[in-house]
Ligand binder design. Sequence first.
Ligand SMILES: Nc1nc2c(ncn2[C@@H]2O[C@H](COP(=O)(O)OP(=O)(O)OP(=O)(O)O)[C@@H](O)[C@H]2O)c(=O)[nH]1
Ligand SMILES: [Mg+2]
Ligand SMILES: [Zn+2]
Ligand SMILES: [Zn+2]
Length: 410
Amino acid sequence: MRPITCPYCFAEVPRQQIAFRCMGRAGRGQGCDPVLDERLAAYTGSTAGASLPPVFTAPGRRSRAECPSCGRVSTRRVCPHCHNPLPAAYCETPGRIVALVGAKNAGKSTYIAVLLHELMNRVGTELDASLVACDDRTIDRYKRDFARPLYEERRLLPTTTSAATAPREPLVYLLTRTRQARRRLPSRLRLGRERTESLVLVLFDTAGEDLRSREVRDLHLRYLEAADAIIFLVDPLELPGARAALREEAAALLPATPPDPDAEPINVIARVTEALRQRRELRTGERLKVPVAVALTKIDALAPALAVQSALHRTRPSPGTLDLDDREAVDAQVRGLLHQWQAGQLDVYLRQQYAEYALFGVSALGGMPSDGRVGAGGVRPHRVEDPLLWLLHRFGMLEGTRGRANGNGS
Ligand SMILES: Nc1nc2c(ncn2[C@@H]2O[C@H](COP(=O)(O)OP(=O)(O)OP(=O)(O)O)[C@@H](O)[C@H]2O)c(=O)[nH]1
Ligand SMILES: [Mg+2]
Ligand SMILES: [Zn+2]
Ligand SMILES: [Zn+2]
């Protein structure tokens, strides 16, 4: 079996080297007392929350092992390098790390906040999928840095601080989906045919400027390199020809001076791509195999004129599946927009560099914010889950259907 890639430090861990953490003492029973876990503290950059029952190694590649100090059987597997948890479902189906990148101000933090919220609520229900944080820090950070400001206080998220000044850790979630057996079968034949599959969603909320420096930081690179799929977020407001297509409110917010070429979406994508190519030692002409979803964010900022007969603006037609007709229509429409906005280069570049890429248009907020706050209607996401649905389909976790798109553009 393949080694596992740790979703926290991205080290490759051969299965026989997966470590365990003692379950600790429960009531009056046996179990080890907590001690300071120095590796975990080094990883998080803080001793808070790092007092835990000890980590031990065990021979073999089993899912449980007996703690050598107290004799209690443990099922809590951890990475031998950084001591973060490796969830059981991840150990069984590893290798599905989804990474997210984008230039400064592309809308990454907002997208992360809204995507996770949708997966925990509406989209999770629709897909019969559960989203569970893999560690307590992820739960705390999501609440504090994303959910509370955006959903409770309805404030826009602050600019993400650079990893040079504040340590960054990914948010790590396990998305688990039970796939029903084919609907065509009579129900008595469907019994016992359910399949449960998981995907680890590792979301690094990078600060835009960290991707601008030539030496993309080491952890970020390892993250991208370990990824089994990449979502690139592109702010259409940064595309040269998009101004004419914007709502007045959105155009008014644009700076008068032309944007910094270093922060242009194609340059950010090119830097990441070059770094990946170097790491993988690809020859000229050879394309990267990792599937890439490229999503234009802030689609709500586009003028209403564009919404007429637009695949982008209708709601997703087939719940619980990936509608392939709709997928093709959106892809074609975004490609058309890129060319129309003199950003056709981006499309050409992606085609040259990646064996497989798909184009999307999303809006996390669903409307223009003003004065640092979410618009009056609250957060009304539009199609934020699309890139993920496509990836789930690619990974064999979501069925594709055809012929259900309404096509009336409403
Ligand atoms: N109209 C509209 N504006 C959005 C949307 N999402 C984000 N924005 C705007 O874009 C700004 C930047 O969004 P962030 O999510 O903070 O972007 P980021 O990529 O995390 O930025 P850095 O952390 O600075 O790199 C927000 O303050 C909003 O003004 C959206 O869905 N619609
Ligand atoms: Mg941010
Ligand atoms: Zn690790
Ligand atoms: Zn023990």
